[in-house]
Design a protein around this ligand. Structure first.
Ligand code: SF4
Ligand code: MG
Length: 318
């Protein structure tokens, strides 16, 4: 074919419509997950991400249906395991933007070990947790973030357990971006998602999520607008000098102090802590001379493997 006959490849502009998948949204009417998926699409457009280089990951739960509804690469993984999947994908190909959407039960309960250990590594992935205080997909049992004494539909008596503070845990574990928002505030969610996406390092955005089916009393839009307030305008959680450990520690203490002073009836939203340009796991691998699999040559021009695995097979033979 004559080169002149080949049509030029035109990349269409990224729009909300281009992010719409064919999957059916089967969340309950009024579920804040629908607001969160819209905010995520807004954020992907606002951050100018390349759809082919964006990956949406989830675990198991109502919120974990999200990757089906966004027209990017997606993996709906195992209960409590989206973080290791996301880390593996990002480390294999650091050019990708990897975003997890998972629930509070999935992340802070079933996957608690992965949630904490991720902080030690600071892989440049984004963790958006839809936090409704219940395991909604399995009919509303109390999750680790349901406050003590709170009664929800799926438990016979008020909750006997205390609640975790996932944001404080994240800061102490090593997360370098920690924020909170709520699922019925599209603008605030979108802004914070864009900040988290643009942050270099592991970002947690805890999203207070309305579940009108199993936790209607404490997670509706009116309750959120009454009990959730943006951090004070003079609060600054962003570390200005990333190599000044005194400042880093002061900003961590400021965030933890603020979280400890919250009550179950009064929560803040916004960026509690951000330490941009701390060493990521990817940086540490580069310092050791380890290249990501994407950049390694594994086959010749004919597609034949250039990796000699015979030694490995020899060691494994019995
Ligand atoms: Fe949303 Fe709750 Fe319905 Fe699940 S059960 S889809 S979290 S409203
Ligand atoms: Mg939940």
């Amino acid at each position: 074919m004559n080169e002149k006959n080949i049509a030029p490849v035109v990349t269409p502009p990224l729009t909300l419509a281009s992010l719409t998948s064919d999957a059916i949204n089967d969340w309950c009417p009024g579920c804040a997950d629908s607001g969160i998926v819209l905010a995520l699409k807004n954020a992907i457009v606002a951050a100018g991400l390349d759809l082919k280089k964006t990956v949406s990951i989830s675990g198991i739960g109502c919120s974990s249906k999200l990757p089906h509804l966004v027209n990017v690469n997606g993996v709906h993984t195992l209960h409590g395991r989206p973080i290791p999947f996301a880390e593996g994908i990002k480390l294999a190909n650091p050019e990708l933007t990897v975003i997890i959407d998972s629930g509070d039960g999935d992340t802070y309960g079933i996957g608690a070990g992965h949630f904490v250990s991720a902080g030690r590594r600071n892989v440049n992935i984004k963790l958006f947790v839809h936090n409704n205080g219940v395991y909604a997909l399995t009919k509303g049992q109390a999750s680790p973030t349901l406050p003590e004494g709170r009664k929800v539909k799926g438990i016979p008596e008020p909750n006997i357990n205390g609640a975790l503070s996932p944001l404080a845990i994240a800061i102490l574990a090593g997360y370098t971006f920690v924020g909170r928002t709520q699922g019925y505030n599209l603008k605030e969610q979108t802004d914070l998602m864009v900040k988290a996406i643009k942050h270099k390092g592991l970002a947690l955005l805890d999203i207070q999520q309305g579940c009108p089916t199993y936790n209607p009393e404490f997670t509706n839009a009116a309750w959120f607008s009454q009990h959730l307030h943006p951090l004070p305008s003079d609060y600054n959680g962003v570390v200005s000098n990333p190599t000044d450990m005194d400042e880093v520690n002061k900003k961590k203490l400021q965030a933890i102090n603020t979280l400890l002073n919250e009550t179950t009836e009064s929560l803040n939203t916004g960026v509690f802590f951000q330490w941009e340009n701390a060493d990521t796991f990817e940086d540490r691998l580069i310092k050791r001379g380890i290249k990501p699999p994407l950049t390694q040559v594994i086959s010749d021009k004919d597609g034949k493997s250039t990796i000699d695995l015979s030694k490995v097979f020899e060691e494994l033979s019995v």
